[in-house]
Design a protein around this ligand. Structure first.
Ligand SMILES: [Cu+2]
Length: 578
């Protein structure tokens, strides 16, 4: 609101014919210092620790932060500096990632294991320090090692600077709704076993909303998450999909949403009765309690391209103040689990605000044009061995046929301290072999990716276009692709094979939506653009953790520019040792 205040003061000064230029300068100066002094330091203590909980009638010991599931919500303003002191008492190697925080020059605080840091060992600690710089909205945080994030995650809310309003009507109240995924067994053991056998990990037992399966699931009724609303009022729901292996449809019976932001990037208001939220994504929606006083399920169901998946419906309850306690909530109807048309309609409807206050800065000229096939594959099990994947092989996944291999030294450290032999810089900028990526009959010789740790080097400030081309190798799937360190613009998407001549003619360079996680559609493609102005080592990966474990990952190494303001900061002293 500072800007608005200045404008109104300026206008009133002009209306009484005073020379305003000097005053505007003075006021800007005051505003600048006001903004600086508004920025706060926010300190959090996150103790990663075990906790015994009961879900689906069974007791389990889970890893948590501060004993909570989901973990604590972080509340900061744009411009704040955040210090999160993490103590690891969980008995596992741990890291924390601030999903969607751009980490300008502070890659050391980003958190993915063996990318920007080695894990915090059991008994160790590490303080994540970073400053929020020009971001507003809902991001989230989660463990970024093995499958620990199943229970180590939470919402992270960035409010605008003090006095600056939202670009939508102020809601009466706000509430984070975190979709999670629950296994009756330890998820770390589930993925360890899958890696051992080479087969698919066991599917989960249910999904959760704010840590609870909801009353359609056994032994869950009394704990179901409830949100009380007053008839006629409008609320902001901050949706986070923290599920490991599934995108979701989210609905509230009888109610319509207005989407106002995705991945902490504002959108033009979009009215819909169904939200599509893939793994890793966030969505801010307004809902108005404009239905008869009563109880309404808020429910999430998976979006999935395969037949074998956790097909449960997780619910929470929206209850109007004054409702009858005896009535059962109304359940919304859902699209089919594989309704890609609804997913496409939703993603195509999203548009940036593209206003004076929230302009679009999408690159129009491109320095680095990349095409990256994303998909599954199979690797040999090892001589004399048989794996649980198809044909006795090991399930695998790749980008441009490179299946990412996790190193034993973090890549950012290897780069910063010039340690040789950890990675190579020859990540391919396009597929090595051209074929009908989305055809039905892909030669089996193309199913086997190369395991390697390769990075793609980008010059500071270079403009990048990256087209994710999903393949039908082995099975056709969608992939929610997440880039660390950046938001990117989604300039186009389609089905079939990307055509580099005709498809760019249809790109949206006017009001493309901005995100940090985008769905590469099943048997289709999506094109993103960004400017590589954040030096460091940045992970880019599928946010479905089974695909992630199989290697559907790549890494950008963004070089420093000129001077300290365009360079990665030095590592903090307490950075965990490898
Ligand atoms: Cu994937």
């Amino acid at each position: 609101m500072l800007t608005g205040y200045l404008v109104s003061v300026t206008m009133s000064l002009q209306s009484v014919r005073l020379s305003s230029a000097g005053l505007v300068f003075l006021l800007s100066f005051v505003a600048y210092f006001a903004a600086i002094s508004n920025a706060a330091i926010r300190n959090y203590t996150f103790i990663i620790e075990k906790k015994t909980v009961t879900r689906l009638c069974k007791q389990r010991i889970i890893a948590t932060v501060n004993g909570q599931l989901p973990g604590p919500t972080i509340h900061v303003r744009d411009g704040d500096t955040v210090n999160i002191k993490a103590y690891n008492r969980a008995g596992y190697n741990a890291t924390l990632h601030w999903h969607g925080v751009e980490q300008i020059r502070t890659g050391w605080a980003d958190g993915p294991a063996y990318i920007t840091q080695c894990p915090i060992p059991p008994g160790g600690h590490y303080t994540y320090r970073f400053t929020i710089s020009g971001q507003e909205g809902t991001v989230w945080w989660h463990a970024h090692v093995s499958w620990l994030r199943a229970t180590v995650h939470g919402a992270f809310v960035i409010y605008p600077k003090k006095g600056k309003p939202y670009p939508f009507p102020k809601p009466l109240a706000e509430i984070p709704l975190v979709i999670g995924e629950w296994w009756n067994n330890n998820p770390v053991a589930v993925i360890d076993e899958a890696v051992l056998t080479g087969g698919a990990p066991n599917i989960s037992d249910t999904f959760t909303i704010n840590g609870q399966p909801g009353d359609l699931l056994p032994c869950s009724s009394s704990e179901t998450f409830r949100f009380a609303v007053k008839q006629g009022e409008t609320y902001l729901l901050r949706l986070v999909n923290a599920a490991l292996n599934s995108g979701h449809f989210f609905k509230i019976a009888g109610h319509e949403f207005t989407v106002v932001a995705v991945d902490a990037c504002y959108t033009k208001p979009y009215k819909t009765d169904v939200i599509v939220i893939s793994a890793g994504q966030t969505t801010d929606v307004l809902i108005t309690a404009n239905q008869p006083v009563g109880k309404y399920y808020m429910a999430a169901r998976p979006y999935n391209n395969q037949d074998s998946f956790d097909n449960t419906t997780t619910t929470a309850i929206l209850e109007y103040i004054g409702h009858q306690h005896s009535t059962r909530p109304i359940l919304p109807s859902f699209p089919a689990y594989n309704d890609t048309a609804t997913v496409t309609r939703f993603s195509r409807a999203l548009r940036s605000l593209a206003s004076r206050e929230y302009p679009v800065d999408v690159p129009h000229t491109i320095d680095e044009s990349l095409i990256a096939t994303v998909g599954l594959g199979l690797r040999p099990c090892g001589t004399g061995k048989t794996c649980d994947g198809p044909n006795g092989m090991r399930l695998s996944a790749s980008i441009n046929n490179v299946s990412y291999v996790e190193p034993t030294i973090a890549l950012l450290q290897a780069y910063y301290f010039s340690i040789n032999g950890v990675f190579t810089t020859d990540f391919p900028s396009k597929p090595g072999v051209r074929f009908n990526y989305t055809g039905e009959d892909i030669l089996e010789s193309l199913w086997v990716p190369d395991p390697a740790t390769k990075v793609k080097v980008l010059k500071y400030n270079s403009t990048v276009q990256l087209v994710f081309q999903a393949t039908n190798i082995f099975v056709a799937e969608n992939h929610p692709m997440h880039l660390h360190g950046y938001n990117f613009y989604i300039v186009g998407q389609g089905f079939g094979n990307y055509n580099p001549v005709t498809d760019p003619l249809k790109f949206n360079l006017v009001d493309p939506p901005q995100r940090n996680t985008v769905i590469a559609p099943v048997s289709g493609w999506v094109a993103i653009r960004f400017r590589a102005d954040n030096p460091g080592v940045w992970f880019l990966h599928c946010h479905l953790d089974d695909h992630f474990t199989w290697g559907l990952n790549m890494v950008f190494l963004v070089q420093n520019g000129h001077g300290p303001l365009e360079s990665l900061e030095p590592p903090p002293r307490d950075l965990p040792k490898c």
